[in-house]
Ligand binder design. Structure first.
Ligand code: NOJ
Length: 550
């Protein structure tokens, strides 16, 4: 089937279903709740939704531990609610993307339960190894969430590999039966009418033969033996050839630590085009090393480098996926912006990435400027990754780290109103509501023309109106600056100038060569944008978007 690349014109919205909107009053977000909010999404101007996992799951990793790939969890409304949402989106001309999590399953998945008991054909569905002398682990790899990457199974009397939580055993993708099972899953959802997949840690699927000890890396031990492993391209090409090529669908791969050069091996077009877009992590590392739990001071230079390198290296060869928030990271205003200048910096951050080349994703709550959550005790955190960070540290120090780094900040219920439970549920919410909901909520912001929410609407609409945002070349300017991020996008007929101040301090902005502000039209700004000659001094977190047309 022809691949029309329809996703290049779209703006997506990510829903983390448990916290979006509860439609039946049980305190847990669900698809009935999503159904109620379809018009909200359409009015925001987004063209599609990526759903974090909706499948049945024991919830060890909030749905990323799947126990049945071909069903929708009853607490989310089951298949009936899913069909209603799918139809509702399609009727509005919007797309639906599922999360495909096949690096691992839940330990409650039938495959794992049979594999433990050596019931064929499931015996080799997972990565099992005998204990070494004295019960020694098969190798020294770390898991990302819970200690070492091996867990002893008393029933099978072997270790199994888990790159994430203990209860998330890794599938053995080298087994052709497992790959056939993955293809069945893809086909099942595509035949139901979904428009594509976001593929969880997909670059981890193929592990190096022999699973060697890692004697190099001090952190994430083992990752060099399973990230971009030996057969990854083969397997992804197989999925494309046998299933995906039969549908005009999109695939987006989550790819920790991927560089643009490595990304092109997956997404180059023309090329094997195993995947359409990669979720890179550099844009999440402007205030940390590798992971949010290794903090360092925010650096605009680092963020600019991430944006600019990806823009330049993919130009004409691949397509970018753009984001500043998702369910795995704390809120961006609290990280790269300012809670004190919440609205101003939220608007500036929106502009910083919405006018880049690629397909932007907006995470639930980002559009209203939700910020980090600051509970009083570490015991209030829910997330398996968070709870296992620095267990031996004193409470106070741990709490400080979690406040800064925990992804639970992105998982508090969506704030719809200033009323009870922020309008998320009529029951008891499954998780804490952020205290700032009386001020930060959809209802209040819809009523305020200057709100962040209405700014997002304008920015999205503008992006869609201007061909230069989709097609134009990218140039960054003021690159020595640690305070201003300035870029232009250019086609023969249009030139867009984007100015973003990442500070509350005044900075003198001088337009780059070829940009005369007096001859350009100011299209979008977060202040009353009076022109002051050919340059201006920025106000806190000021942003402006100018256009020149010939
Ligand atoms: C990446 C997902 O985005 C994250 O939420 C999850 O915990 C891990 N993969 C494991 O599936």
């Amino acid at each position: 089937m022809e691949h029309t690349k329809w996703y290049r014109d779209k703006v997506f919205y990510q829903i983390w279903p448990r916290s979006f909107r509860d439609g039946n009053g049980d305190g847990i977000g669900d698809l009935w709740g999503v159904y109620e909010k379809l018009d909200y999404l359409q009015q925001l101007g987004v063209d599609g939704v990526w759903f974090s996992p909706l499948y049945p799951s024991p919830g060890v990793d909030c749905g990323y531990d799947i126990s049945d790939y071909m069903d929708i969890a009853p607490e989310y409304g089951g298949m009936e609610a899913f069909r209603a949402v799918l139809d509702g989106l399609h009727q509005r001309g919007m797309k639906l993307i599922m999360d495909l999590v096949v690096n691992h399953t839940s330990d409650e998945h039938e495959w794992f339960q049979k594999s433990r008991r050596r019931i064929e054909p499931y015996t080799d569905y997972y990565i099992w190894r005998p204990a070494g002398p004295g019960g020694k682990l098969p190798n020294n790899w770390d898991s990302h969430f819970e200690g070492k990457a091996w867990q002893w199974d008393a029933l099978r009397q072997e270790y199994y590999l888990h790159l994430f939580a203990v209860r998330q055993p890794d599938l053995n993708m080298d087994n052709p039966l497992v790959r056939e099972a993955v293809k069945k899953i893809l086909k099942f959802w595509l035949d139901l009418g979904v428009d594509g997949f976001r593929e969880d840690v997909v670059t981890f699927l193929s592990k190096k033969e022999g699973l060697p000890d890692d004697r190099l890396y001090p952190v994430f031990k083992g990752i060099r033996f399973y990230n971009h492993g030996p057969h990854i391209h083969e397997y992804l090409q197989e999925f494309r050839r046998d299933v995906l090529d039969g549908y005009d669908c999109v695939t987006i791969a989550e790819a920790p630590m991927v560089t643009p050069r490595q990304a092109l091996d997956y997404i180059a077009d023309p090329g094997s085009r195993e995947i359409d877009m990669m979720i890179q992590f550099q844009c999440m590392c402007a205030d940390c090393f590798f992971s949010d739990y290794m903090p360092r001071k925010f650096s605009l230079r680092r963020l600019r480098r991430a944006f600019s390198t990806w823009q330049r290296k993919l130009e004409g060869r691949g397509w970018n996926m753009l984001y500043l928030e998702n369910h795995d990271h704390p809120r961006v205003i609290s990280r790269y912006g300012s809670e004190r200048y919440r609205v101003e910096s939220g608007k500036m951050l929106a502009v910083s990435y919405l006018f880049l080349k690629g397909t932007p994703f907006i995470y639930q709550g980002q559009e209203i400027g939700m910020t980090n959550w600051y509970p009083e005790k570490t015991a209030m955190y829910e997330d398996v990754q968070t709870r296992n960070q620095k267990p031996d540290w004193p409470e106070e120090k741990r709490l400080k780290l979690y406040h800064r780094a925990s992804r639970d900040s992105a998982r508090t219920p969506m704030q719809w109103t200033a009323g009870k439970n922020a309008g998320f549920t009529t029951g008891t919410p499954w998780f804490y509501v952020n205290d700032n909901y009386r001020e930060v909520n959809v209802e209040t912001e819809l009523a305020d023309p200057d709100s962040l929410l209405n700014f997002y609407k304008k920015a999205i609409a503008l992006r869609k109106r201007l061909p230069v945002v989709r097609d134009g070349s990218y140039h960054d300017h003021c690159f020595g600056s640690g305070k201003l991020y300035v870029y232009t996008r250019e086609t023969q007929r249009q030139k867009l100038l984007v100015i973003c101040s990442f500070t509350d301090k005044p900075v003198r902005f001088r337009p780059p060569r070829g940009c005369d502000l007096n001859r350009m039209q100011l299209l979008l700004t977060n202040y009353d944008g009076s022109l002051e000659g050919s340059g201006f001094v920025t106000r806190p977190y000021e942003t402006r978007v100018y256009l020149h047309e010939t």
